[in-house]
Design a protein around this ligand. Sequence first.
Ligand code: MN
Ligand code: MN
Length: 465
Amino acid sequence: MKNELFFNRESLWKTLDEQKLKETQDFGESYKSFIDNSKTERKCVKEIIRQARADGFVSFEEIQKEKKKTLEPGDKVYFMNKEKAVILAVMGKEAMETGVNIIGTHLDSPRLDLKPFPFYEDKELALAKTHYYGGVKKYQWVTMPLAMHGVITKENGELVEITIGEDPTDPILMISDLLPHLSKDQMSKKMSEGITGEGLNVLLGNQATKEGDEKEAVKAHLLQLLNEQYGLSEEDFAFAEIQLVPAGKARDLGLDRSMIAAYGHDDRVCAYAELRAILDLETPTKTALAVFVDKEEVGSISNVGMESKFFENTVDELLEFQEGTTRLSIRRALNRSKALSGDVMSAFDPNFPEVLDPKNSCYMGKGVNISKYTGSRGKGGCNDANHEFLAELRQTFKNNDIQWQMGELGKVDQGGGGTIAYIIGNYNTEVVDCGVPVLSMHAPMEIVSKVDLYMTYLAYRAFYL
Ligand code: MN
Ligand code: MN
């Protein structure tokens, strides 16, 4: 009786057959090459569109040029927003007004951005000032090999792209930390104060220029190098988007190669599962939308975040290509829609049991996680999914052999967090958070289990079908 009544979840590493385990490893390999090419949200968008086009998706602009009057079931179209967000659509057999199936993930990850005027020299060292982006624990970013990724439009309109630190022959950048021998005061500070935001200054050089009688000869040499290589001046950087992210590629983790360590799993791991799920679709019953947005880590605001009208505009544009569309169609469509907010969830970490509820955590290797609700301190700011929708999802997952687990972020009153779910919910769309369990969330290197990634992809695909 106990076996039938108690809830138990085994590790997928035990239950998946050999074929599925092979697919798991293959999927992990493709994912690693995806994130290696996607260190910034702009690069994610590029890579998503590259893969979508290879699969037969065409841009909305191309469809408009063709002067097509209707989009037929099975048609595949993408909408890009300012190179930082993108929506893929596969038209379904039913009219969109009956509701669509949406999965939404975010492409931005915590990082360090250069300030508009970053460069300075101090004691024969050239450094750059940064402003961190998203929820970072600052002490994790010192003595970490960093790469610089960025885009700048020069005064003459020329676009300059910078990638330094990813090729093994490239130099890397780094923020220094204090030696333990002199850290008496630092070590007695709170962890949040040991390294400060204004202390996250990245080392760029030590060599001084021999030309002239420069006061800041090391900074001058640095600017010389940037000018020779990219034709840039200090002023150009004021108008740039430059990010510092951990340098190097995603790596298999563990002697058994069961996990992947990489920068930016949050939330590119869910984005990749979502991408692969929509690329698999031929002609779904309901129109499928894969929404990839920016700025989740700073509150989902701005014209490229989930709060942007871009999502609504896109659904409206698609409706325009279906017969019988009225002024109310978009409201009806979204009112009848269903969505998964694809985002990562903290997995149970044996190093920190004191903040986690073992009964209500998700675990590495036990499948895709459903987060019934998010929020903090009394579910504040949460999306609390409706049981009717969860019942449907449970059925979908059961019918498709999807192993799910259900965990919340941590113990009550230990903290909390949010996702884009509540914004999708604003359209009266049914929505729940559902994604990959992760260790060391928001650290420079985060950790996922390959089986959870693979199971999340299968879950997303089942949801679209
Ligand atoms: Mn996230
Ligand atoms: Mn996050």
